[in-house]
Write a protein that binds this ligand. Structure first.
Ligand code: ZN
Length: 394
């Protein structure tokens, strides 16, 4: 199976990347002709869950594939996909921003000759989480790329990067996969019951990972129900504030559950590595760190990540809420379009009858304003309280 098999509903992107991988292969094998499809900097854009990092990983594998096109069977393909390939580095900013130190390490790394003789690939997930100073550091590497260095950037949209960077990248725009395509993958790849797959794909609004969690995890479904129960509980100021607090708490819980498991595993393997005399080398192959120092550094990184996970969980909840109010609007306008939260049609209808389309539009705006506030680092509880007050009906 090709390395691109996991990309859902992205036929055009797959064709583009396959052509580029073939061109790259011709460069490596010395046939320069027809190498125009390959370049050093790529920008994968698409909404969260559309598979932009899946696409970037698949492309990284295809570039390393000894058969030249991402066969999915050779060692290079397998190692690149699992993150074990020596010439593929995946950088995930752990905190809210990619640090300038990380950017410098990326540049040093990508200038090294590839150990297996093909490409030195560096993939940066969430490249939008970069401050201007960091972007400028990275820009230097993009302006003068080493002959075999390839930089793959992932971001929600092109506007999330500085114009100087995006103008030097070839664009790979992923679209939100249609619910039918997502449902079909859940059925064929994960063996999920078709009715459940269809519900999860619709409710996840094109987010493939979210769809799978909704289809397979009762806890995720419970949290979703809790979030979507919010509109019914917003009658007065008191209840709105209480609902806001509950929503932030749910996001915290969800993030904590994710973090605890991941942190424990990391701490354990680091402790084990330190116990065995290993040094936990950094990306630049720097000096061995002392055990306590390395553990402390890991702890700081985990704290940064927890903050980010919590913000992401809250944002997820807001996306669900906004979709609920869009459903209410559909019902009010009688458009007959399929609802995102079809299982909650009754609630949407009740609220739709008691309010006006104009007020629904205002509520959708309030949810979007809250997402923007969180993005601008406003304290979560404050932002959600302001939103809940604008959502209330009494
Ligand atoms: Zn291969």
């Amino acid at each position: 199976m090709s390395v691109f098999a996991d990309l859902v509903g992205q036929e055009r992107v797959v064709a583009q990347l396959q052509a580029a991988a073939c061109a790259a292969d011709r460069l490596v094998t010395g046939e320069a002709e027809g190498a125009g499809g390959m370049t050093h900097a790529w920008l994968f854009t698409g909404p969260p869950g559309s598979g932009r990092s899946v696409a970037a990983r698949a492309f990284a594998a295809a570039l390393q594939c000894e058969r030249g096109a991402g066969c999915g069977h050779c060692d290079d393909c397998a190692q690149a996909l699992t993150g074990a390939h020596p010439d593929v580095a995946v950088i995930v900013p752990e905190g809210l921003h990619l640090k300038i130190k990380e950017a410098r390490e990326i540049i040093t790394r990508s200038s090294r000759a590839p150990t297996r003789g093909r490409w030195q690939v560096t993939l940066i997930e969430d490249a939008d989480r970069m401050e201007e100073r960091t972007s400028n550091t990275l820009l230097k590497a993009i302006e003068e790329p080493p002959p075999r260095g390839v930089l793959l950037l992932c971001a929600p949209s092109v506007e999330d990067l500085l114009p100087t960077i995006r103008s030097r990248c070839r664009l790979v725009p992923l679209r939100t996969p249609p619910p039918e395509a997502v449902a079909s993958v859940l059925v064929t790849r994960d063996g999920i019951d078709p009715a459940m797959a269809s519900f999860a794909a619709q409710a996840a609004q094109g987010h493939i990972g979210r769809a799978k969690r909704l289809a397979t995890d009762e806890e995720t479904r419970r949290e979703r129900r809790e979030v979507l129960a919010l509109p019914r509980s917003l009658q007065g100021v008191g209840s709105a504030l209480a609902a806001a607090e509950a929503l932030v708490a749910t996001a915290k819980e969800e993030a904590a559950a994710l973090s605890v498991e991941r942190d424990a595993g990391e701490t354990e393997s680091l402790s084990r590595a330190l116990g065995a005399g290993a040094t936990g080398k950094g990306m630049t192959g720097g000096k061995p760190k002392g055990g306590a120092g390395a553990l402390k550094e890991l702890e700081t990184r985990q704290k940064d990540r927890a903050k980010r996970t919590q913000r992401d969980a809250l944002d997820r909840a807001l996306v669900d809420l906004a979709a609920f109010y869009r459903d209410v609007l559909q019902v009010q306008l009688g458009t007959g379009t399929a609802l995102v939260h079809g299982d909650l049609r009754e609630q949407a209808t009740t609220i739709g009858r008691a309010t006006t389309p104009e007020s629904t539009l205002r509520r959708i705006d309030a949810v979007l304003a809250c997402r923007e506030a969180l993005d601008a680092n406003v304290a979560p509880l404050l932002a959600v309280e302001a939103m809940a007050l604008s959502l209330r009906t009494g």
